[in-house]
Design a protein around this ligand. Sequence first.
Ligand SMILES: Cc1cc2nc3c(=O)[nH]c(=O)nc-3n(C[C@H](O)[C@H](O)[C@H](O)COP(=O)(O)OP(=O)(O)OC[C@H]3O[C@@H](n4cnc5c(N)ncnc54)[C@H](O)[C@@H]3O)c2cc1C
Ligand code: FES
Length: 266
Amino acid sequence: MSEYIPMQAEIEDIDRVTSDTYLISLHILEGKGLSYRPGQFIMVSVFGLGECPISIASSPTRDTLQICIRRAGRITSGIMDSRIGDVLGVRGPCGNGFPLERMGRDILIAGGGSGFATLRSLVNYIVDRRRSFGDVTVIYGARTSQDLYFMQEYKGWQMAGLSVGITVDVGDDSWTGNVGMVTSLLDRLEVSVGSAAICGPPVMINSVANTLLTMGFSNSDIYISLERHMKCGLGKCGHCNIGPHHVCQDGPVFSYDRVRSLLESL
Ligand SMILES: Cc1cc2nc3c(=O)[nH]c(=O)nc-3n(C[C@H](O)[C@H](O)[C@H](O)COP(=O)(O)OP(=O)(O)OC[C@H]3O[C@@H](n4cnc5c(N)ncnc54)[C@H](O)[C@@H]3O)c2cc1C
Ligand code: FES
């Protein structure tokens, strides 16, 4: 089948993550389903509205394909206003994903805001393949406690032996945890120097990556996932370029040494 033609995917379940974000479970109606790796994305289309890139939020070690949608504009609203049983279009998987074969056993995972959706795929992959990994730390920050994704999953990650640190920019009466930048968690947790996976706003990526460099991480072992506006998702239209790189195909995951100077100018 042409890589331009979407497969049909039925919405199996919809869970509320925050007031403007839903976790949507999809069942691909054609072929054997989707084979993917953590960090890849799919192009999701709504009939009559268009198509946009969406990270895969589930782990390939689990049966259900999940995406986490935040209401931004026409297409994401179209997806969120759909109901169980409705059919969306799905192309992909697209992009490279995290290079798990090169990342070693000790991994730090750092997420900011909605960028945590793609990292959930990696976290749950590690939980399901726990013996293949060593010291794994997850740090995640959102604006307020109401904006935190996947809160009900943190306990399970800790029970699987992962070290988990959560922070918010702005505290409130209901929040008893850490208040401050994601980097503030790096002082509080014991982190083994190995490789890192980061996804979030560019300023957060730079700040976490620079802190990791001072801790002894190497530029080439820090992997970041980038979001750019996309059209084809196939490396053909040039819409997603950052410097010489097509983010849709060469990325969205890049080692920090490859894109550091470009990222600082974003
Ligand atoms: C690899 C990747 C993974 C992603 N994963 C997710 C995900 O898991 N969940 C999720 O909800 N979203 C995700 N996104 C973001 C999503 O694809 C975009 O927000 C998309 O534009 C939403 O389409 P829309 O029609 O709903 O909103 P749009 O109408 O496209 O508006 C979204 C925002 O982008 C701005 N915008 C639109 N077009 C442009 C442009 N050409 N240049 C600059 N700004 C523009 C708008 O002003 C608005 O603020 C991902 C994007 C990428 C590249
Ligand atoms: S979206 Fe067309 S080249 Fe990347």
